[in-house]
Design a protein around this ligand. Structure first.
Ligand code: EPU
Length: 418
């Protein structure tokens, strides 16, 4: 299996172009099922998860062409198959995003139930409860969920928690339902807003995306569109941390600061200079880093997807930092690996206390999720000697050409093919 090899020590200087957002691209590609003609998506990130979604759309009977600009013909005709199989759902939980669009457009769908995953149990009960409220019949059978409803009807749905993909699934379902759907305690992530923008271009009537109450007035049909995907705030944040810990100076080209408030505030709190410029966000590290206290929260709070990277940064700060993970119950897999590189981190349940600054030394490391792997790459940039990050497929799921982008700003990093 490929690995990433990093030689630590240098400053990162220059600019990095930020790709389209993975977590916007996935629901948006799923939404291509809703109209009857082909939609065109621009700024699609080249990622394993996007390839998995394309494979799923083809499996359903759709056609997918192109890469950065992708044209998707929704499933139709004899090839139509209303099933997301286990082998795809188990490699990518976000496959469940086809459920809402399939039921809304074709009246039924069968989706493998995602099991637990490396960061937590992650059930989909909220997705199903919402569809049930809209009149769908739900049947669990042999690890699959069968959902059926000739025409969904609008309903008021109060989510137990602001689940991102749950909210997106229900928005897509409601777009073609009869009548008004109100989603309360809705997710407010920028990716939810981007989906709403896309749906409205298609002719849907979605209001309130970006707030805790989203109202969708269903329509009878939707039109194919062209849409450009927003910048990936998590990719941008990851490179921001890399710039900060290497005392570098990096322009994150195309980064959308308005989606990054919580993390930029924490960077500034740590003593990092962050400026919003015309071309993006510029991050300059310099003097000693200050410790941070972070609690992960749904947007606009601090994102769980940046927790591992900030924990790595905290190992370089002078003093004691505290990080609390409230979204996923098992998202500290980077802790033992960072500790092997010399970090001083103690965890108690969902709380980690990090004491710094610590000199890190390179080591072979691996992680079981995407963001944890990213934190290890950043650790490699400041560690003395060589760090080998194994299980690179996690990184490839969510970071486009991470080693090339980092090399472009001076990092000594390469991918070694198996
Ligand atoms: N939850 C339930 N029931 C549900 C749905 C969610 O209990 O029906 C719980 C989850 O177990 C979790 C919490 O609610 O404890 C929030 O999970 P959410 O549903 O919001 O997560 P998600 O939609 O599965 C998306 C991102 C994740 C990101 C989370 C949180 C996509 C494709 N994935 O997942 O991204 O961590 O929101 O912001 O949008 C990543 O990119 O590395 C990643 C894991």
């Amino acid at each position: 299996m490929d690995k990433i090899v990093v030689e630590g020590g240098g400053r990162l200087v220059g600019s990095i172009s930020i790709s389209g957002a993975k977590n916007a691209a996935l629901p948006i590609l799923a939404a291509s099922i809703l109209p009857s003609g082909p939609s065109t998506f621009k700024n699609v990130p080249q990622l394993q998860d996007v390839a998995t979604m394309a494979k799923l759309l083809r499996r359903l009977g759709g056609e997918v062409d192109g890469k950065k600009t992708m044209v998707v013909h929704p499933p139709h005709g004899r090839k139509l198959k209303l099933e997301a199989p286990y082998e795809l759902v188990k490699t990518m939980r976000a496959s469940v995003l086809v459920l809402g669009p399939l039921v809304a457009r074709f009246g039924k769908a069968r989706v493998s139930q995602p099991g637990g995953c490396a960061i937590g149990t992650r059930p989909i009960d909220q997705h199903l409860r919402g569809l049930e409220a809209m009149g769908a019949k739900i049947h669990l059978d042999h690890g699959y969920v069968d959902v059926e409803c000739k025409r969904l009807r609008g309903a008021t749905i109060v989510l137990d928690m602001p689940t991102v993909t749950g909210c997106e699934n229900l928005m897509m379902a409601a777009a073609l339902a009869k009548g008004r759907t109100v989603i309360e305690n809705a997710a407010r992530e920028p990716e939810v807003e981007d989906l709403a923008l896309l749906l409205n271009k298609m002719g849907a009537r979605v209001q309130g995306a970006g707030t805790a109450i989203i109202t969708i007035d269903g329509v009878d049909e939707l039109q194919p569109v062209e849409h450009t995907i927003i910048a990936d705030r998590i990719e941008a944040g990851t490179f921001a941390v890399a710039a900060a810990v290497t005392r570098g100076d990096v322009l994150l080209e195309g980064a959308q600061a308005e989606h990054m408030d919580a993390m930029l505030a924490k960077l500034r709190g740590a003593g990092v200079t962050v400026t919003v410029e015309r071309g993006g966000v510029r991050v300059r590290g310099g003097g000693d880093l200050r410790p941070v206290d972070i609690t992960t929260q749904p947007h606009p709070g601090f994102p769980t997807d940046m927790q591992a990277q900030f924990m790595m940064m905290a190992t370089q700060a002078r003093g004691e930092s505290m990080i609390k993970e409230t979204i996923f119950e098992n998202r500290f897999m980077h802790v033992p690996e960072l500790a092997r590189m010399g970090a001083d981190i103690h965890t108690d349940g969902r709380v980690a206390v990090i004491r710094g600054p610590r000199k890190l030394t390179g080591a072979p490391v691996m992680a079981t999720d995407l963001r944890a792997s990213a934190s290890l790459v950043i650790a490699g940039l400041v560690a003395s000697g060589k760090t080998e990050v194994l299980r690179v497929y996690h990184l490839d799921r969510g970071y486009e050409a991470i080693e090339k982008k980092l090399r472009g700003v001076g990092a000594k990093i390469k991918r070694v093919k198996a």
